[in-house]
Write a protein that binds this ligand. Structure first.
Ligand SMILES: Cc1cc2nc3c(=O)[nH]c(=O)nc-3n(C[C@H](O)[C@H](O)[C@H](O)COP(=O)(O)O)c2cc1C
Length: 246
C-alpha cells in the first residue's frame, strides 16, 4: 500500500470513529432527555449567555420542514422566513417581568414559580394557514384541520425536540409546557408575538443549581407511561393481498 493510500485508509477509519462516537452520543442524549419542571417561590439568580442561546436556537432550527408558511407570516420580502416555526427567546430579566405581570393579574397557575426559577423561556409558535371562509372559530388560536397545518405543526415540533436535545447536551434542564397563561393574548402582546401565530410550547430552560433550597423539581407526568416498544411499533413483513381501500 502506498503512503497516500495508507493516509486515505486512516482518514476513512478516523471518520468512522468520529461518526460512531457522535452517533452513540446522540443516542445517549436522546435517552437522557427528560422533563424537569423546576419551580421556585422566589426569583433565582442565573441566566444563559446570549451567545450560547444563539447557537442552541440555530441548531434547533436545523429541523426538517416541507410546506412554506403562507405569505402573511413572512418577514421582509416574500421569499424569507419560510419555516413554519417562530422562536421567541425570553432571557431571565424579561421572564421576571412577565412573572410580575402574572402575579399582579392574580394568576393562580404554577407559571409564576416556573418563571422565577427558569434561566430562559422560549416561546415557540407555529404559523397556521389563513382560516378558510366558513370555518367557524371561537378562539383566536383555532385553525383549519388541513394537511398543510398538520405539516407545519410536525416540522415545528421537530424544531422543539432539537432544542430539548441541544439543551440536554449542555446539561440544561428543560420542560415543554403547553403554556397556560403564556398562551394568552396579553402575554403575546407583552412579548410582541403576532396574534395570528399559535403557541406550540413554552420551553423552560434551567441551567442553575437544582439543589438550591427554594427549588422544587417535578418530572413529567407521562414519563413512565410510554409503554413498551411493541405497543406502538410493529414490523410489517407481509402486506395484505386484498384491500378495500381505494
Ligand atoms: C406538546 C407538549 C405539551 C406539554 N405540555 C405540558 C404541560 O402543559 N404540563 C405538563 O406537566 N407537561 C407537559 N408536557 C410534558 C409532558 O408531561 C412530558 O413530556 C411527559 O410527561 C413525558 O416525560 P418526559 O418528557 O420526561 O419523557 C408537554 C409535552 C408536550 C410534547
Amino acid at each position: 500500500m502506498s503512503v497516500s493510500e495508507d493516509r486515505m485508509v486512516d482518514k476513512v477509519l478516523n471518520q468512522r470513529k468520529v461518526m460512531s462516537s457522535s452517533l452513540r452520543s446522540i443516542d445517549e442524549i436522546i435517552r437522557s432527555r427528560k422533563t424537569s419542571k423546576i419551580l421556585s417561590t422566589v426569583p433565582l439568580e442565573g441566566g444563559i449567555p446570549e451567545a450560547e442561546l444563539a447557537v442552541m436556537m440555530e441548531i434547533a432550527g436545523m429541523a426538517p420542514f416541507h410546506i412554506a408558511v403562507s405569505p402573511e407570516h413572512r418577514n421582509g420580502d416574500a421569499t424569507t422566513c419560510l419555516v413554519p416555526w417562530r422562536f421567541y427567546v425570553v432571557p431571565k430579566p424579561a421572564c421576571l417581568a412577565i412573572r410580575q405581570y402574572l402575579i399582579e393579574a392574580q394568576d393562580k397557575s404554577k407559571v409564576p414559580d416556573m418563571l422565577a426559577a427558569t434561566d430562559t423561556l422560549v416561546q415557540v409558535t407555529w404559523c397556521p394557514d389563513p382560516v378558510d371562509p366558513g370555518f367557524e372559530t371561537t378562539e383566536r388560536w383555532e385553525y383549519c384541520p388541513s394537511r398543510n397545518n398538520m405539516e407545519h405543526i410536525a416540522a415545528s415540533a421537530a424544531a422543539v425536540q432539537n432544542l430539548l436535545l441541544v439543551a440536554t447536551q449542555r446539561n440544561i434542564a428543560s420542560y415543554w409546557s403547553s403554556g397556560g397563561p403564556l398562551r394568552s393574548e396579553s402575554v403575546f402582546q407583552l412579548l410582541n408575538i403576532p396574534q395570528n401565530e399559535v403557541l406550540l410550547g413554552s420551553i423552560f430552560l434551567f441551567k442553575g443549581d437544582t439543589s438550591a433550597e427554594d427549588v422544587e423539581i417535578k418530572p413529567g407526568k407521562m414519563r413512565e407511561k410510554k409503554g413498551a416498544l411493541n405497543e406502538w411499533c410493529r414490523w410489517v413483513n407481509e402486506i395484505n393481498t386484498v384491500t378495500n381501500a381505494n
